[in-house]
Design a protein. Structure first.
Length: 57
């Protein structure tokens, strides 16, 4: 979803692209990558089921 220190060579999906993915899928979607509790409300507003992470939790 967002830039992370653990995967510095990846291109983040970003909020706009994530919305497009959620809209096209008919399965539960969780956002992962650079996510924290501060992102949960926006995540749910965009239609995802929640967030996942390793370092944040």
């Amino acid at each position: 979803m967002q830039a992370t220190q653990t995967h510095p060579n990846t291109i983040p999906l970003g909020w706009d692209n994530a919305t497009n993915v959620v809209d096209k899928l008919n399965i539960p979607v969780y956002f992962l990558g650079g996510m924290g509790i501060k992102d949960l409300d926006k995540t749910l507003e965009l239609g995802a089921q929640g967030i996942a992470g390793v370092s944040a939790f």
